[in-house]
Design a binder for this molecule. Structure first.
Ligand code: HEC
Length: 187
């Protein structure tokens, strides 16, 4: 706990967000320590399951649109992160914002795969296998959420090697879901 609190303070100092080492009265500390207290492994029930209840035809369009927009944001956020982490002088504020956004998007992803939003109802890169293997798909979603949170924790700690490792693991979580559950769409 002490280490996490210290790391948070350090991060804020680096961002220039506080006037001095004693000025950090930020209430984001609770959220940060909450993250660092989460189990390091993908434990059953540690993340939300994707909601796979069926949608009406009307809702389907909305969900499919949200999924597309959400994945596009995830893609853009990943590009920003890659650019900054490859840079010799990364923009720390941009990295922090992107890491937090990624964790948030990974939580939102639970709502993007309702039954009735597959290729039989509209143009989508989501394969029917998603709804044929709901348990395996949930594992992929959990792995992604876990990787996004772990990456965010690493960014807040400010530890370079750990940030790189966790970013690599995050990328693998995208890949392992796409390999099985995403088809190439030709726009
Ligand atoms: C649990 C499965 C899963 C994970 C994890 C996942 N994706 Fe996706 N992704 C999909 C599916 C399914 C689609 C197709 C969505 C559609 O067309 O409706 C997709 C589409 C995309 C697209 C194209 C946008 C679109 O909707 O056509 C991009 C870019 C993308 N993903 C990037 C990423 C990145 C980067 C990560 C990791 C940081 C990631 N995804 C993690 C399943 C996943």
């Amino acid at each position: 706990m002490r280490i996490a609190l210290f790391a948070t303070t350090t991060a804020f100092v680096l961002l220039g967000a506080c006037g001095g080492p004693h000025a950090n009265s930020s209430n984001t500390t609770a959220a940060n320590t909450g993250n660092s207290a989460s189990p390091p492994q993908v434990a059953a029930g540690s993340n939300a399951d994707p909601d796979m209840t069926p949608v009406s035809a009307d809702q389907a369009k909305t969900v499919m649109h949200e999924r597309h927009e959400g994945m596009e944001s995830i893609g853009k956020t990943t590009k920003t992160l890659k650019r900054e982490l490859d840079s010799s002088s990364p923009d720390t504020a941009a990295v922090h914002a992107a890491a937090a956004q990624m964790a948030d998007l990974s939580s939102q992803a639970t709502g993007w795969f309702r039954a009735g939003t597959g290729p039989d109802v509209g143009k989508t890169g989501a394969k029917p296998e998603i709804w044929q293997n709901p348990q395996d798909f949930a594992v992929k979603v959990h792995a992604f959420q876990q990787a996004a949170k772990a990456f965010n924790v690493a960014v807040m700690s400010g530890d370079g090697p750990s940030i790189k490792t966790k970013f690599g693991e995050l990328g693998q979580s995208c890949q392992s879901c796409h390999d099985k559950y995403r088809s190439e769409m030709h726009h």
